[in-house]
Design a protein around this ligand. Sequence first.
Ligand code: NAP
Length: 350
Amino acid sequence: MKTCGSLGQSGMVIPPLVFGTMARRQSASREREALIRNAVERGLVALDTAPLYDFGDCEQLIGRALVGLPRERYRLFTKVGLRWDAGARGRVLFSFDDAQGRRVHVRRDSRPESIRAEVESSLSRLRVDYLDLVQVHHPDLDTPFAESFGELTRLRAEGKLLHIGASNFTVAQLQDAQAALGDIALCSLQPEYSLLRREAEQKLLPYCRSHNIGVLAYSPLAGGPLGGQVPQIADRAAMLRLQHALRDVLHPIARAHGVSPAAVALAWVAAQPGVTAAIAGASNHRQIDAQLAMLELQLAPDELEHLTRGFATVGWPSSWSLQASRLRRALKRVRQVIGRGLRAARLRGS
Ligand SMILES: NC(=O)c1ccc[n+]([C@@H]2O[C@H](COP(=O)([O-])OP(=O)(O)OC[C@H]3O[C@@H](n4cnc5c(N)ncnc54)[C@H](OP(=O)(O)O)[C@@H]3O)[C@@H](O)[C@H]2O)c1
């Protein structure tokens, strides 16, 4: 069983499970507020979010959900550096068509003025006067790190944030970030990491371990499949390999401990050397209950090894690409419905 620990050198003690607030399903705001409040009250006291999640709405929802709770009861981890709302500056990370069919570009932008504006907006949306951790969401290679991390140190000196982290950085970029921060320790890194996505094991986890940088592993359930729902993907061979690994490796261990497959997959991530916590998302209270079992779960060394080997060769797309294709399918359905409505209205009018 993994216990609470310091995130890197920060001394900020967090549980090995962080609640990820990026919504993968549409649900009523009231329901999501209740989910977040319940998560914090059940002990998931560290929340990961970003301005990009639901384009500011997610942070607003968290702000509403936590009204009345003493500020020291919870930790807020948010991000800067991805803009959809600041014009045509910065390289495009990804694009999509919104429900009205307009092309939206999400751009990397870590210019100091953009970072300051984002931190101010996050404080106001989250209804707090400081952020526990601000992470650069994706590196912006057009802005010198001295400028972007320099601005974060100024915001820290002003008391608007406590700790500075990074997300989706390479080892070389982590080194540059630390050099730009000078005496202030880079607190943490967010890499994608799960039984199905293991790239971080090669360089990132060893580097973070040796430099005492905390690791918050995102998409630890690979966006859902390790919780049990295998999505339809184009690569049918990969789907079969995953089904076998779930049936022959993950599920028997979960049954032996009387917990859900999700709890085992999360406990495996949290047990890996160098990982401080897994950041898991949930769509309902039942999923949170199942995840919380990981806090009590003690996997034996041979079970951890069996999981490590059993999933090593499944080969699975990143949660980003799955999310993008899910988003594209959802938007296509919305456009089809709108198109059908318009055609019906035209027919009625003619
Ligand atoms: N820094 C970055 O670039 C980055 C990128 C991605 C994510 N993140 C962070 O990481 C968090 C988690 O990422 P994620 O949502 O991609 O991945 P995840 O935690 O691997 O997957 C979450 C999904 O798994 C399913 N699930 C959760 N608990 C379950 C249970 N007990 N039983 C069965 N299924 C269960 C749910 O799917 P359904 O909704 O389909 O039921 C849920 O939405 C995000 O909220 C965000 O904070 C960061």
